[in-house]
Design a protein around this ligand. Structure first.
Ligand SMILES: Cc1cc2nc3c(=O)[nH]c(=O)nc-3n(C[C@H](O)[C@H](O)[C@H](O)COP(=O)(O)OP(=O)(O)OC[C@H]3O[C@@H](n4cnc5c(N)ncnc54)[C@H](O)[C@@H]3O)c2cc1C
Length: 490
């Protein structure tokens, strides 16, 4: 029979480790969990509010989740999959509120309508077909669609003000979209766990090595960045939740599975507006279509954000060049990750993705004026002086070796040792919104027998829909009735 993990080390204090800590503790209350974070505060890398867009990715508005084939058919399978994962996250966050891990949903989540917006004949036809396909599914049955500029104006006046009235436009609107402060959610979860004495969390502690011991356990070398001293911590399960830094730590473990992966960093930048006259007229997250050659995470969007009670509008992300794997990382990160075993497929990937390379070079060369010009596609009356540039989080695009070819992976990848004793989460899309399903997948991969047997019923106490399918309209209605109330979405 599969053994319950007893001593666990989680590397990094972002949303992924926070989520896994709480799930593991509920599944096995005897477990000893130690979390090490190299920064002097928690949730301040990718999970921090302004480092990501804060979109509760539920596929209501993200057009890259619904690709169109050559015959014009819109495939909504990925959108359904992501929407299901987001419902799972909402159930889990509701459980955290009901069980006093989080005091109030407003601390991290706000209802913010999600819109898709397009212009031009082709894209309008695409959005109409997307709406027709999606609105038949219970997860999207409340979606509204319009090609009428006056209707769109009632949803988001700034995106139509100043636009040529003859231009063909279309939009969809989902009232129950969300904006989420994942940094705050991370801190709330860890605060709840620490108050209940359920984890040991040490900040300013960097994991510098991970080595397999002869008894099969792992020796995790942890450096106290304040004193400079290092200590070994033994674990029978290690989760590398180090965000962009995960690939470097995974490589240190030496597990054969790590040799098939490499990464390429893509920095992000926002345009931000805090002019009250402008921001008070917009309340939605508006997603458009990505530029040709752009990676899926570069879909432009205009977002209402409320962070620490202060409202802003954010537009982007624009790509910026950096060799760091973390915003607070080292310029040597990319070079350190290139090994004899991965250099071949990494170069092959570069050569086969010239359109992405071209896109990144163009982005890096964009001046602020050019960025505001692209913002005017969404906000025709945008003024240069109302917007400032701000660095967003760092992403590491995962590259997998598939028979000597380097293939870019745009989702998240869970890489685990064959015996399930160590696992890492690579990639950042759809990201924090689907952190609960991602962590359930880690457990399925590392502890398949426990998940099927002893742990199965406990998971259902945290996620009532576990094992059921959100294709069922009654389940969607029941689940949303609970989460909309607890999370104050409707
Ligand atoms: C520009 C951008 C926009 C995004 N938009 C969205 C969005 O709208 N919606 C969404 O759901 N997701 C979004 N994401 C993705 C989301 O931010 C990430 O998927 C999520 O925050 C990752 O969480 P994490 O816990 O894995 O990593 P992080 O939050 O980065 O946490 C990792 C932690 O590990 C620490 N660490 C690293 N190495 C070590 C080490 N060796 N020892 C100790 N500690 C270490 C780091 O300091 C960090 O605190 C976006 C990301 C970016 C970059």
């Amino acid at each position: 029979m599969e053994k319950q993990p007893q001593e666990v080390v989680l590397i990094g204090a972002g949303i992924m480790s926070a989520t896994l800590s709480i799930i593991l503790k509920k599944l096995n209350p005897e477990i000893k969990i130690s979390v090490f974070e190299k920064l002097d505060k928690i949730g301040f890398e990718s999970s921090e509010a302004f480092n990501n867009a804060g979109t509760g990715h539920s596929a209501f508005c993200e057009l890259n989740y619904t690709p169109q084939d050559k015959n014009g058919n819109v495939d909504i399978a990925k959108a359904i999959d992501i929407a299901k994962q987001f419902e799972t996250s909402k159930e889990f966050w509701s459980y955290l509120i009901d069980n006093n891990y989080i005091s109030s949903p407003e601390n991290f989540l706000r209802k913010t309508p999600h819109m898709s917006f397009v212009w031009g004949e082709n894209d309008v036809n695409f959005l109409r077909k997307r709406y027709e396909a999606m609105s038949k599914h219970p997860l999207f049955s409340d979606m509204e669609y319009s090609e009428d500029i006056e209707q769109i104006k009632t949803w988001a006046p700034l995106i139509v003000n100043g636009r040529d009235p003859k231009e063909k436009v279309a939009a969809t609107f989902m009232e129950i979209g969300t904006d989420i402060n994942f940094g705050e959610l991370t801190r709330e979860i860890f605060k709840g766990l620490q108050n209940k004495g359920e984890v040991t969390l040490e900040t300013s502690h960097e994991v510098t090595d991970v080595t397999r011991l002869s008894n099969g356990k792992w020796a995790v070398k942890v450096k106290d960045l304040k004193s400079g001293n290092s200590k070994p911590v033994n674990a029978d399960f290690v989760f590398i939740g180090a965000g962009g830094g995960a690939i470097l730590t995974l490589q240190k473990s030496g597990i054969p599975e790590s040799k098939n992966f490499g990464g390429f960093p893509v920095g992000g930048q926002w345009l931000i507006c805090q002019n009250k006259e402008v921001i008070d007229k917009h309340f939605a997250k508006v997603y458009g279509k990505a530029q040709l050659g752009a990676p899926p995470m570069s879909v432009p969007h205009l977002d209402t954000r409320v962070i620490d009670g202060k409202k802003s509008l954010l537009f982007g992300p624009f790509a910026v060049f950096s060799t760091k794997f973390l915003k607070e990382g080292s310029n040597l990160d990319l070079f350190k990750s290139v090994k004899l075993g991965n250099v071949g497929f990494l170069m092959n990937c570069g050569l086969n993705n010239m359109d992405l390379t071209k896109y990144l070079i163009e982005q890096v060369l964009l001046s602020k004026e050019k960025k505001v010009e692209s913002l005017r596609d969404y906000l025709p009356e945008a003024k240069l002086e109302d917007w400032f540039e701000q660095t967003a989080g760092q992403r590491v695009q995962v590259i997998e070796n598939q028979g000597g070819k380097g293939v870019l992976k745009f989702g998240t990848e869970i890489v685990a040792a064959q015996d399930g004793s160590i696992a890492a989460l690579l990639g950042a899309s759809p990201g924090a919104s689907t952190s609960v399903s991602a962590m359930i997948n880690v457990l399925n991969k590392c502890f398949p027998e426990l998940m099927k047997n002893q742990w199965n019923e406990s998971i259902k106490t945290m996620i009532p829909s576990f094992g059921k399918d959100f294709n069922d309209a009654t389940l969607v209605a029941e689940s949303r009735a609970k989460t909309n109330t607890t999370l104050k979405i409707k």
